[in-house]
Write a protein that binds this ligand. Structure first.
Ligand code: OXD
Ligand code: MN
Length: 593
């Protein structure tokens, strides 16, 4: 394959990286089923993956990462630029040449005795004006097999690149998987990503968070589009009309479940249907009609396994029955898999995510129940296998966006849903979004942190400029999507969820779409518009009037406390914060007084 490649810069870069990492062999990945099979066999024989039960889980494999390598390591993730002000107060920064130097010391000779795989991939349909090409070099077959599911990999990628096409240079090595020698480095000024010392998905599938969010957000600002941490879904109503929404939710807040939602029975009767476009990333452009259009640059799901079952996400259960890679779940004696809150009975025994014999109810030295699967264990599966997969997945223009949802996990404070007064107010709500920490990030669970647009760990430049970019994009649109904030996670005095969630969330989305279509009015509150209670469809839901009221309660004193936290957060951006955000802050303060 190498000899037929016309792209001199690509060939030189591969050669240079190989002389740094010193692999025994270089293997170009062409996306063919034959090569994939060969790699699967090789990884199985080396113990990198385990083939699962061929009858019960055809085409499926099992993988365990190192014990200290089970989630994205944000504290080891850097944006590397010449000037620190470029990255703002929410990113870790490293000076470009220091970063290269430090990483080179780890990369040097790290692939001796290993092969270097060259993976040319496209994020987005090949040849679409939305799409970006990357080439990942990696010494992990697990990475190759995941990339084959998550991105468009084929010989055609090199044809599109031709002799001088632009591509993101992605270098990855597991090296010795030593957390003290782990670095996830982004060089937006060089369109380059270097990741070393990890084997965990979010750190090593470089097309995902690193390219499609951190590097892409930087490119998007420069080129006038948006790269966002958002799901994309279509909602088909009784008349067969499909409207699309996107949704920004922090990691492990149910984006995958929402994107594949199965309508409640009463909606099914009305022939409602959901079309899943994506569960994690949305690239959006203003099209010639002046409205916002979105594509999902990925071709697969890298979803959280625990909690996935036929009640929470029947479409995911269906999707992962074949051709799926399971990472850090429990391995059962019959070579099938299990995780906490999976369907069916709890297995009597198995091998846990750390590779140790496991039995239900086992306790650790501190008396805590030992989990069979890591809370951030994952499945990697092709979107095409999802029963609700959209028919527009490969469409070059993507789908038109009617509404943008912002969500988080808040046990208190935030109502079930409210609508922003206008675009600028919506950008303010997104800039002050906060959520409780989940297991997708290293750190203390449950702690509330600000996570604007769910992009805190993913924005490749100063977030103050990111808010400015959003404000600017709004002005450029002829028809702006409306912006809504949702919270499925509010609890009562006893800590019990007030809202049933899952498929029932469609009831909230139905109201959102009615607002977009100017079919219903709303109640104006200091924080935004909330539904008139009679407009929210709660038919056949066991939901008392009292609960409904609690779901929409706006406690002014709690909001004033939140406002103070917001002020402290926004102040971290100093002079770079757009004045419009402060203006919205002051207006809210006034409305609450
Ligand atoms: C993810 C994440 O894996 O956000 O999608 O961590
Ligand atoms: Mn995500």
């Amino acid at each position: 394959m190498f000899d037929t490649i016309k792209h001199k810069k690509l060939k030189k870069w591969v050669k240079d990286m190989a002389s740094l990492c010193q692999p025994d062999e270089i293997v170009w990945i062409d996306g063919s089923p034959e090569q994939k099979k060969k790699l699967e066999n090789e990884a199985c024989s080396k113990g990198e993956i385990i083939r699962l039960n061929k009858k019960k889980l055809p085409g499926c494999f099992y993988h365990r990462t190192a014990i200290n390598d089970v989630a994205r390591t944000e504290h080891l993730t850097f944006i590397c630029t010449k000037r620190k002000s470029e990255v703002g107060p929410t990113n870790n920064w490293m000076f470009t040449s220091t970063a290269y130097k430090r990483a080179k010391e780890i990369f040097k000779g790290c692939m001796q005795g290993r092969k270097m795989y060259v993976i040319p991939f496209s994020m987005g349909p090949l040849g679409s004006p939305f799409s970006k090409i990357g080439v990942e070099l990696s010494d992990s077959i697990y990475v190759v097999l995941n990339m084959l599911i998550m991105t468009h990999v084929s010989k055609k990628v090199l044809e599109v690149l031709a002799s001088d096409g632009e591509f993101t240079k992605c270098l990855h090595s597991k090296a010795d998987l030593d957390i003290t020698r782990r670095l996830i480095l982004h060089f937006p000024e060089h369109n380059t990503i270097w990741s070393v010392g990890s084997g965990y998905g979010g750190n090593v599938l470089l097309g995902k968070k690193c390219l499609s969010l951190r590097i892409a957000s930087y490119l998007a600002r420069k080129e006038g589009w948006l790269a966002e941490h958002m799901l994309i879904m279509g909602i088909e109503d009784a008349n067969g009309h499909v409207q699309y929404i996107t949704g920004a939710f922090p990691s492990a807040c149910g984006k995958t479940n929402l994107a594949m939602l199965v309508p409640p029975k009463s909606f099914m009767k009305k022939n409602y249907r959901i079309w899943t476009v994506g569960d994690d990333i949305s690239w959006m452009r203003i099209d010639s009609d002046g409205s916002l259009w979105a594509i999902n640059p990925e071709t697969g799901f890298f979803g959280v396994a625990p909690g996935t079952n036929s009640r929470s996400n029947p479409n995911a259960v269906e999707t992962i029955k074949k051709n799926t890679i399971f990472t850090n779940v429990l391995l059962k004696p019959d070579k099938t898999v299990w995780w906490e809150d999976a369907d069916g009975p709890v297995p009597k025994k198995g091998i846990d995510w750390m590779g140790r014999p496991w039995k239900p109810g086992m306790l650790d030295d501190k008396g805590k129940v030992v989990k069979g699967a890591h809370p951030n264990s994952r499945f990697t599966a092709p979107i095409s296998q999802c029963p609700s997969a959209s028919f527009r997945l490969e469409h070059h223009h993507g789908v038109p966006v009617s509404a943008i949802l912002l969500g988080g996990r808040r046990e208190h404070l935030a109502p079930l849903v409210y609508e922003s007064f206008n675009w600028q107010h919506g950008v303010y709500i997104s800039a002050t979004m906060a959520s409780e920490r989940t297991s997708a990030q290293f750190g203390k669970l449950g702690e509330v942190r600000f996570d604007p647009m769910a992009m805190l760990p993913f924005c490749g430049y100063n977030m103050a400029d990111y808010f400015r970019h959003w404000l600017k994009m709004g002005k450029r649109m002829v028809k702006q999507p409306r912006i809504f904030c949702v919270n499925w996670f509010r609890v009562d005095e006893n800590g019990k969820f007030l809202w049933p969630g899952f498929g029932e969330n469609l009831r909230v989305i139905e109201w959102i779409l009615k607002r977009c279509n100017n079919e219903v009015g709303a109640v104006k509150t200091p924080i935004g518009y909330i539904p008139k209670l009679e407009d929210l469809n709660t038919d056949s839901l066991d939901l008392s009037k009292d609960t409904l009221k609690k779901l929409f309660l706006i406690d002014k004193s709690e909001w004033r406390e939140e406002l103070e936290r917001q002020r402290i957060f926004l102040a971290t951006f100093k002079n770079s914060l757009p004045e419009e955000i402060w203006k919205e802050y002051r207006a809210l303060k006034k409305r609450l007084d």
